[in-house]
Ligand binder design. Sequence first.
Ligand SMILES: Nc1ncnc2c1ncn2[C@@H]1O[C@H](COP(=O)(O)OP(=O)(O)OP(=O)(O)O)[C@@H](O)[C@H]1O
Ligand SMILES: [Mg+2]
Length: 291
Amino acid sequence: MSADGTTSNPSGRIVVVGNEKGGSGKSTVAMHLAIALIKAGQRVATIDLDSRQSTFTHYIENRFAWAQHIGRELEIPNHLYFTENTNNPTAEDEAADGKAFLDVVNARTGSNDFIVIDTPGHDSYVGRIAHSIADVLITPLNDSFVDLDVLATVDRETLAVTGPSHYSRMVEEARQQRLLHGNLATEWIVLRNRLSMLNSRNTRCVGEGLQKLSQMLNFRCAEGLAERVIFREFYPRGLTAFDAVDERTLGTRLTMSHVAARLEIENLVTVLGLRGSATSGRPTGNSRAAA
Ligand SMILES: Nc1ncnc2c1ncn2[C@@H]1O[C@H](COP(=O)(O)OP(=O)(O)OP(=O)(O)O)[C@@H](O)[C@H]1O
Ligand SMILES: [Mg+2]
């Protein structure tokens, strides 16, 4: 990839998980996606752009430590934690960070099938570059008007969507930039996360708003993940709903919630169409951590 956003080596598909709203599930989705892709036989590199919280990086570190603790092999992506200067950066600082980021992406495209990039829950220079080089952009969104606010403006009387908001305008600009440089359009998928098991008016209205917005802004809506405590419990051990279901790996008893979460992630990977044609027996080049 060059500094103007053009792609020089198209072999690694770039999947960016982004939403300027904090806490929408980006790091959780990025981790699940990366592990699901490795398990499907893909070579996966991961990049954490959230230099302040580094949740994605800690998640992977927790996985490494847990694998050693239980003496089992667990797939570990080829991970990089990228630090961006966020302390009043000058234009020169931004240009240097942007170039360094494109260099690390470029260095990974040839040797990986996918590069999964987790972004911070706020606007940043490198975050915007990441959006402009995304082959696939996944935006997890909690089922709430507070979260919808970053994507759309809403009529306060009717609760109907009236137009795009700041994050969707940024995505539009990033997509336009990409097209200007002759790249294929970014496929944008908005993934509903933490869906309530109860069929509330709120859930219905947010769903209708998203459907309308998807036509305005050309994204696909994916039925995402339900609100499940188990998604929070995976983190300290670096596990995902895709990991082996034996009690030693889980460190706890298997529950129906685990099975349901796994099905949701499997559906998600299928809906995203990211599994590719690789077979599960293929060597991935990703490391496996074990004692
Ligand atoms: N489907 C879910 N069910 C229950 N809890 C969830 C679900 N998805 C995510 N969470 C929890 O929601 C919180 C936020 O998730 P996560 O850290 O993945 O969001 P994020 O968008 O990366 O946040 P940030 O913008 O701060 O980086 C975490 O406590 C996570 O465990
Ligand atoms: Mg995060």
